[in-house]
Design a binder for this molecule. Structure first.
Ligand SMILES: [Zn+2]
Length: 87
């Protein structure tokens, strides 16, 4: 069972999920539907949340230490600074 996932913000509208076999699947848009539980788990690591449960709370996300930009990558997509995980 998979759920539609809401990507955390407008910064990234694309997520590449790499699968163990070496293939990958690309998800685009602010609401994505994972093909299976593997992809759902991977998309959640991008910071995606189940659609319908409200907006991104900021939990499990990252925030740039330099410019404060909410990111889900370790490197800020705006300024390239470090984005430690928020707790
Ligand atoms: Zn930054």
């Amino acid at each position: 069972m998979t759920n539609r996932l809401l990507m955390p913000n407008d910064a990234v509208k694309q997520a590449d999920v790499r699968r163990p076999g070496g293939s990958g699947r690309r998800y685009t848009g602010s609401i994505v539907t994972p093909a299976d539980s593997h992809d759902e788990r991977a998309l959640r690591e991008f910071g995606a949340t189940v659609a319908g449960l409200g907006m991104w709370s900021g939990r499990n996300g990252r925030r740039c230490g330099d410019c404060g930009f909410a990111s889900f990558f370790a490197t800020c997509s705006r300024c390239g600074g470090d984005c430690p995980k928020e707790t």
